[in-house]
Design a protein around this ligand. Structure first.
Ligand SMILES: C[S@@+](CC[C@H](N)C(=O)[O-])C[C@H]1O[C@@H](n2cnc3c(N)ncnc32)[C@H](O)[C@@H]1O
Length: 214
């Protein structure tokens, strides 16, 4: 029993302390910033960001966006985001909760944003249903996500093999989700670009970038 408790403690320290710092370093920098900027350029109105992480999108919202609501279940991520929230001119209503069960009212947002988050949400279909529910008619879901390499069955086999390891090291991250099909199942009106992001290993670098309209 003590060994099990120790293991739980180690996992908690990794999730809440180590992983947020690793991610913060890995996902900042000009390459990721460029993709963040271009995705967020058309975000407008009342905005909800799912999987806020360490706040790396904040600097890239258009100036007209002065307030956002965010959700993320990892307190370690939320803590690291504080410095970016203070440095930005954006008011952030930061909620410590999961995307699968949003307490927000139906049709309360014009834009929902997710960047490299759908890979980590355990019940991703449920979270997409929640995103659809809280968007106003005509509202848009902006996303960039890594996932299943749609053009390469050989690589898909590797993604499936490596996925259990990625799940542990990446705090629930999955390499093998077909993001286009997942999003289209909830938002038939979805435009998606699929491509390999430069400088990333191919098994983690196949991207789905798109806008879904309710
Ligand atoms: C790879 S990080 C990306 C963080 C941020 N979106 C970015 O672009 O830097 C994935 C994020 O999803 C969050 N996450 C995990 N499970 C979640 C869930 N059920 N609902 C919402 N966010 C979740 C994690 O805590 C983490 O902050």
């Amino acid at each position: 029993m003590p060994i099990v408790l120790d293991l739980v403690k180690v996992v908690n320290v990794y999730q809440q302390f180590v992983f947020p710092r690793l991610l913060d370093v890995a996902m900042q920098g000009e390459l990721f910033s460029r993709y963040r900027r271009s995705l967020l350029a058309d975000v407008s109105g009342d905005v909800l960001e799912i999987g806020f992480g360490t706040g790396l999108n904040l600097a890239h919202y258009p100036e007209a966006v002065q307030r956002i609501v965010t959700v993320d279940p990892n307190a370690g991520m939320n803590g690291l985001a504080q410095k970016r929230i203070e440095a930005s001119g954006v008011t952030v209503d930061q909620r410590l909760l999961s995307g699968e069960a949003l307490p927000m009212a139906d049709q309360s947002f014009d834009s929902v944003v997710s960047t490299w988050t759908l890979c980590s949400i355990p019940k991703v279909e449920q979270a997409l249903g929640e995103i659809q529910r809280v968007l106003r008619p005509g509202g848009r879901f902006f996303f960039i996500e890594h996932g299943l390499a749609a053009d390469n069955p050989g690589l898909q086999r590797w993604q499936n093999r490596v996925n259990p390891i990625q799940n542990v090291l990446g705090d629930g991250c999955n390499l093998n989700r077909d993001m286009a099909s997942l999003v289209r199942a909830v938002f038939p009106d979805t435009h998606v670009d699929q491509f390999y992001m430069e400088r990333l290993p191919k098994f983690a670098g196949y991207m789905y970038r798109g806008i879904a309209t309710k």
